[in-house]
Design a protein around this ligand. Structure first.
Ligand code: F0G
Length: 457
């Protein structure tokens, strides 16, 4: 059979609610054109994020009932720790309530003022946590990674030449760790190849610098390696994951993505002294080291999710459903980051709305139009998220790209939902010349996209 189907059937449903265009206009105005400020019940198809928004399986819900809520040494913790070690292979596992808590603990211990942390591309919370320590977050993705229309099988790869140059310039003693984000979320959910991981690890270890993964979408990355990298066709996803993580000294993880859970995360390391420091800080802010801010039932749901996410029928469906959306809109001429990534499709708003300058946030304008058109919630990843007004400046220095991300929650929507999305996006595309830019009327000092207020220009 050629048709790829959802490898599950549905036994519990959640109604979603249609609104009229007129209702949506009122709602969006009241939200100051910030989609984070909408009530979820006013959204029809929610593509704001793939983080914590997926559907859990019946086995995960069964595991929730097995959750042991003992404060210390619970059976849930034992099952969680065993599964994390089996999948990722690190010696020490530190549970956290989500990915950014793992980041905060890692960077507060490893980074100090004046340090530099290279990454293929920092996610926004990762960058903010590095910068909060007074360190510099440097993005070193390969040049193809920054060209939306460029086709490359591993557009998330880290530029090893640029890495060598950075190490020579700042000195290895000022680089406390190197990070690789799999898949590269900020620039299109693009994978990193095993060859690149191996090369970066060799450079890091030659300079005695630890290598960490931001592992959020590790299973999707591993499946791309299986599909696209020579020599991995016959390997199981589990074997590929084992090899990937064998090159690293640790990782941060948000279990809200490839943990197939609604909350949770962890931090891993092979360094006993570091693990001790991390646990000490964990107790101060997250919780005792056998629960780290999570309920026992969450730990159990993650343990099952980490096993299910490696199933190849799941990963086949996952990548196919994302690709289906991308291919159907690209075929109509809508510019997207090519090739389609693992968890999301990214529309190139700079190319689609070329009449709107970056200072008028074409990505935010497009995200608002998609909501007005069809009740779709998406996310601007452009000059709102990454642009900055320098001290003393009046205008933003724009981001390198103006993208709108359509993130696909795991196992939550079916193909007819995607067909609806395709129709809505095409309809907005057809009237693109009439879309106006936006201006900020209020912004917070950092991570401004979460709370900013806007008006149409
Ligand atoms: N790293 C990456 C690559 C991420 O995509 C995220 C979250 C995090 C770290 C932080 O994890 O949310 O559990 O604290 N990304 C979500 C998104 C929020 O929508 O892409 P968290």
């Amino acid at each position: 059979m050629q048709t790829i189907i959802e490898p599950f059937r549905i036994k519990s449903i959640e109604p979603i609610r249609m609104t009229t265009r007129q209702e949506r206009e009122t709602i969006l105005r009241a939200a100051h054109y910030n989609l984070f400020a909408l009530s979820a019940e006013d959204v029809l198809i929610d593509l704001l994020t793939d983080s914590g928004t997926g559907a859990m399986s019946s086995e995960q819900w069964a595991a929730v009932m097995r959750g042991d809520e003992s404060y210390a040494g619970s059976a849930s913790w034992k099952r969680f720790e065993k599964m994390v070690k089996a999948v990722f292979g690190f010696e020490f596992v530190i549970p956290t309530h989500q990915g950014r808590a793992a980041e905060r603990i890692l960077f507060s211990i490893m980074c100090k003022e004046g340090d530099t942390v290279p990454n293929n591309t920092h996610f926004d919370t990762t960058r903010a946590n590095v910068e909060y320590q007074g360190a510099m977050a440097i993005d070193l993705v390969i040049p193809e990674g920054k060209v939306p229309e460029a086709i490359h099988p591993f557009k998330g790869n880290l530029d090893t030449g640029a890495l060598e140059q950075l190490i020579a310039e700042v000195g290895p003693e000022h680089i406390p760790l190197i990070m690789i984000t799999v898949t590269n979320n900020s620039l299109g959910g693009q994978p990193v190849s095993m060859a690149n991981i191996r090369e970066v690890a060799a450079i890091a270890h030659r300079h005695d610098i630890p290598l960490y993964f931001d592992a959020c979408r590790f299973a999707e990355n591993a499946f791309f390696i299986k599909l696209r990298e020579e020599g991995y066709e016959e390997k199981t996803v589990k074997e590929i994951v084992t090899e990937m993580f064998s090159y690293a000294d640790g990782c941060t993880m948000s279990a809200k993505k490839d943990g197939l859970a609604n909350i949770g995360g962890f931090l891993c390391t092979n360094d006993a002294a570091l693990a001790q420091q991390e646990k000490d800080l964990l107790i101060l802010t997250e919780g005792f080291p056998t629960y780290g801010g999570l309920a026992g039932r969450d730990l159990d749901a993650i343990a099952v999710g980490l096993e299910e996410v490696l199933h190849e029928d799941y990963l086949t469906y996952r990548l196919a459903s994302t690709r289906y959306l991308g291919e159907h809109i690209a075929r109509e001429g809508i510019p997207i980051v090519q090739p389609p990534g693992g968890h999301a499709i990214y529309i190139d708003a700079r190319a689609m709305l070329s009449h709107i300058p970056p200072q008028q946030y074409p990505g935010q304008a497009l995200a608002c139009e998609l909501y007005l058109e069809a009740g779709i919630r998406s996310l601007e990843i452009g000059s709102v998220m990454f642009g900055k007004t320098e001290a003393g400046g009046v205008e933003d220095t724009p981001a390198e790209m103006e993208l709108v991300r359509l993130a696909i929650p795991r196992r939550a929507y079916t193909q007819s939902h995607v067909d609806y999305l395709v129709e809505a996006i095409i309809s907005v595309f057809e009237r693109r010349q009439d879309i106006r830019g936006m201006k900020l009327t209020w912004q917070a000092p950092y991570l401004r996209h979460f709370t900013a207020k806007y008006e149409w220009v």
